[in-house]
Design a protein around this ligand. Sequence first.
Ligand code: F6P
Length: 558
Amino acid sequence: MNNPHPHSKKDAVPSALDACLNRLEVNSTSSLADLFAQEPNRATQWTFKAAGITLDLCRTPIHDNSLKSIVKYAQSQELGSKIRQLLSGGELNTTERRAAHHTALRDIFDSPASGHQQMARHTFERVCELADQLGSGQWLGANGDPITDVINIGIGGSDLGPRLVCAALDHGQLANSERPAVHFVANVDPVELDQVLATCQPSSTLIVVASKTFSTVETLENARAARQWLLREILDADLGKHLIGITANIEKAVEFGIDAENLLPLWDWVGGRYSLWSAIGLPIAIAHGRQYFEQLLRGANAMDKHFCDSELNQNLPFLLAALDLINVNVCGAQSAAVLPYSHQLALLPAYLQQLCMESNGKSVRLNGEHVSYATSPVVWGSAGTVGQHSFHQLLHQGTGNIPIDFILPLRPNKASTFDDDARHRQLVANCLAQSKALTEGKSAAQALQELLAAGAGQEEAERLAPHKASPGNRCNTIIAMDELTPATLGALIALYEHKIFVQSVFWDINAFDQWGVELGKQLGGPIDTAMSLGKNSSSETDAATQQWINNYFSANSR
Ligand code: F6P
């Protein structure tokens, strides 16, 4: 593992980062119990609010001195200027010489200023018009049937964002909605598309091919199969009523066979994993309507304004990034868990995996030198309370300290229709209990006393006590909202987007490219070609791969 404090080369970032981390290391010896003892008002002092989000950092190692050190480091890295560049479309994606101007996509409801905002507003209106035509039954298929099903074919940022938002805003009402059912297909494994097609009819289905580059193999292969499926009932000349595209590559989409008037634009100043606010969000507008999509964007815009305008020591994205700097680069955390106590947010960890790890899973600095410190941790998680019956054992008694973000909507989207229904309250109580348990733990002495009080003999109690103790002192935040609405969901996602950006400034890396995924794509083509040519192909590959190509033929030749 990268030593977080090696002897760094004499240049701006490592020495400034080293100095900051060295100060943090000195200041981060207090346990959570110590911090609560030193700061009687810690519970309220370390709670911050913005854009409908409440961030509670009191059960984390952060304190005034460490925050001051990190603010000082951030200022030395000109974070304020870089935030303004981000929000104004500066060329922050330095390797691809592009802006990362996803914030323009949601800054469109007041007086759109820049060209980007005007393009975004125009496209937003086209997206909503199309969604309304589909939702009202005005858009008819070739045979005159209303569209009852929409299948979004895309992967990564062309799938995870709309898939998350459609699910997060569905508290059971979509099943009875008059609007088309929206399905998502991402994997090139034929089973995923087959499972969806089995529930649809070509005459009443619209296929959305979502791909910024229109060159992602998985998406194109699935799109080809879906088009063949449509042609079982639809004439080729009528495909325009059942096939639309969302892309920055108009030429390739038209070449594929999508009518130019059925294309919604994307732009190179929006990264794929930052694109749900763009036309990629079409499935959101189709499933939930214009109002929800607008409120989602407005919520994210509210967080953007907070990120731009607030002092760093009150700035929610900055505070989360500051905490990560302590956890990753001082405490050595190599993974971080996001545990939404909300079934509707079950897909949030998967979404954040791409957002966080495709952005900051880097090891080369902006100047091309290898980093001398750790960067993004592995991000993972699943919805509570389910995780409590799966991996929480490790969180409580494992050997590593895995920082946790608990995501907690405090009230459900709708009142229960069952008598004496305590389930949502119990969901919240479980989240609070997990946070308390991870913070306070249970000493062996406490466990011994509990066992004795429960009637265990001294010998049995002493035998079991070490096994029942939990160390506690485990960093965990609570990120809450009164209710999970389109606006608070937008603000939550923007909070993470901006945290990730601040982290990239701390680590002096480019959060907006993804060269690491190119090698796999490059190697996949020739291997697939070799496998398509049959057993006797003279594929020029290594022995380990070749044996599996042979195994593939054996398994498929029976
Ligand atoms: O994973 C690599 C990647 O380029 C992502 O960044 C992107 O979201 C995904 O593939 C899909 O790309 P496209 O939208 O161009 O099909």
